[in-house]
Design a binder for this molecule. Structure first.
Ligand SMILES: Nc1ncnc2c1ncn2[C@@H]1O[C@H](COP(=O)(O)OP(=O)(O)O)[C@@H](O)[C@H]1O
Ligand SMILES: [Mg+2]
Length: 240
């Protein structure tokens, strides 16, 4: 079943067209890897789905509901959870408190507190440090924390913007291992946005390449990374 359909959306910031009739779709339980150079419109795509920036044309359907024009919290309530770029943790709050912030939007607060334990079982490293301030965590641990916080909303889909940015390769592998475990063991749908396509091989599934606000290539992640079409399209060789 298709969980998310983005159909021909355009976004403008003043005079600048950041997205030009971009379309993607993600099936339940699969992962879609979105890559492309800086400024391609990847983050804008996530923000448009999340309802943070308005679209000028096109349609977005999430979990069977047309969501374009809805408030971000209403879209989140349908099961869309976004982890923005930059790993924004509340460094003065404890890890426990940071995770509880993710409960804010849920009506069933008691159940949500139980889910805290579920998140801790996914991230034992966070459980061990639950009463320490988030500011003491390394970059990789902070990435785990923001993913954990997104999970507290019990999402159907997690959209994550540049999870690798600024992390050491070993730590990136750990972050991906966790994401893939959530996908494969719990059926969590993943929408991963990265400027670098280095980890696309690892995730498998489908992949799209964006450039200048457009989706220019789409296919099986492993096949695209192996061939040279991706490299050519990434850098725009053969354009006219
Ligand atoms: N808030 C904003 N105001 C004006 N221009 C923006 C804003 N956010 C992004 N842009 C521009 O929109 C384009 C797409 O940006 P973005 O979606 O961040 O791309 P990516 O995530 O692929 O690097 C870029 O040209 C960027 O400079
Ligand atoms: Mg970006």
């Amino acid at each position: 079943m298709t969980l998310l359909t983005v159909d021909g959306i355009s976004v403008r910031y003043g005079q600048l067209t950041a997205l030009r009739r971009a379309s993607i779709s993600v099936k339940e339980g699969e992962s879609l890897f979105v890559t492309g150079p800086n400024g391609a419109g990847k983050s804008t795509l996530l923000k448009a789905i999340a309802g943070v920036v308005p679209i000028r044309e096109g349609a977005i359907t999430f979990a069977g509901t047309a969501v374009a024009g809805k408030a971000p919290e209403d879209i989140a309530r349908l099961g869309f959870s976004m982890v923005p770029e930059g790993r924004d943790v509340f460094s003065g709050l404890t890890i426990d408190e940071n995770l509880r912030v993710g409960v804010g939007m849920r009506a069933d607060k008691d159940a949500a507190i139980r889910d805290l334990e579920t998140v801790y079982s996914v991230f034992p490293m966070l459980a061990e440090r639950r009463h320490r301030p988030a500011g003491v965590l390394s970059g990789g641990q902070q990435q785990m924390l923001v993913i954990g916080r997104a999970l507290m909303a019990k999402p159907k889909l997690i959209a994550i913007d540049e999870p690798s940015l600024g992390l050491a390769p070993k730590v990136i592998d750990d972050v991906y291992a966790t994401l893939l475990k959530l996908r494969d063991a719990q059926g969590l749908t993943l929408l991963i946005v990265e400027q670098s396509s280095a980890r696309a091989m690892l995730t498998g599934g489908r992949m799209v390449l964006m450039r200048s606000g457009e989706v220019v290539l789409e296919g099986d992640a492993r096949e695209l990374v192996r061939g040279d079409a991706l490299k050519k399209a990434y850098f725009g060789y053969g354009d006219h």
